[in-house]
Design a protein around this ligand. Sequence first.
Ligand SMILES: O=P(O)(O)OC[C@H]1O[C@H](O)[C@H](O)[C@@H](O)[C@@H]1O
Length: 319
Amino acid sequence: MNKKIDTQLDRLRTRFAECVDATFFRKGDLLGLCVDNSHGSATLLLQGAQLLEYTPSGHDPVIWCSDAVVYKQGVPLRGGVPICWPWFGPLANNVSSVQSLCGIPIASAPQHGFVRTLEWELLRVESLTDARTALELRLCDSPATQTMLACAFELTLRIEIGSCLSMHLVAKNTDSRANLTFTSALHSYFAVSDIYQTDVQGLDAVSYVDILDGGAIKHQQGAVNFDTEVDRIYFAQPGAGLTPLVIQTPKRDIELLSRGSDSAIVWNPWIEKSQRLSQFNEDDYQSMVCVETANAFNDVISLAPGESHQLTLTASIVT
Ligand SMILES: O=P(O)(O)OC[C@H]1O[C@H](O)[C@H](O)[C@@H](O)[C@@H]1O
């Protein structure tokens, strides 16, 4: 298998030889690339189109990744920005129009969908005139996906690495007959210096599903603080969005702007769950928080044949 992966690596190096910002690598079973430009650096895996790292020049990393990760085919890494699609969370927690497109038993459907464990095709690595680097990846339906999603689709992810990070996930229904109904998330793990001194601003008075309290609907008061496990889906009125959100820490604030999203997940596993999580050190919960740009809970997207939907996240350090 290693020989096959090395051949793929050589092909990527040849195909994108013109882009001096990018260096390709193999780690374990997986292929990826590092981007380095005057604005910052980033690391991306082709599996899952999973961004693993993003660091603007002169700053500490914005995107967090555990150092306990494993680079194995079919295993999503703990950290970065896994892409959850065509369902967020357990399929059982999704509406029936999402469940009914999946042809395998609901109980055996993988958490967060299946695209985070498949290899995406790298279409473009481009140095932009303003010295940012743009990456574009694609995943289409295949015999491997048809059992889990009875609809033809095309997913495109465009990532721009500059002094801020932009990610645009476009889902297109390429089926001639079926409607494509899905939930999704850019499951971003952000680096924080100390979770005890971190809060998330911008969700005051917003309703949320408390996953840790049997899905009870609650209302946020003030900022979201962390002194216990937190696992919540915040949701806005349709079309109202939840933007901007700000991850506030003593050292810096990270501002998150979103488009095409009326929901956001805030998650920190805290002490006990950290001990059970794969690819996670016991004290990792102290240095990360997930604030995920999503279409989740009742923020369900339904596309007729030919239609598409774009989900966008822009993350930047504002202080
Ligand atoms: O372990 P994973 O499948 O990557 O999921 C990690 C976490 O993702 C989301 O944030 C969910 O709301 C959590 O319930 C889940 O524990």
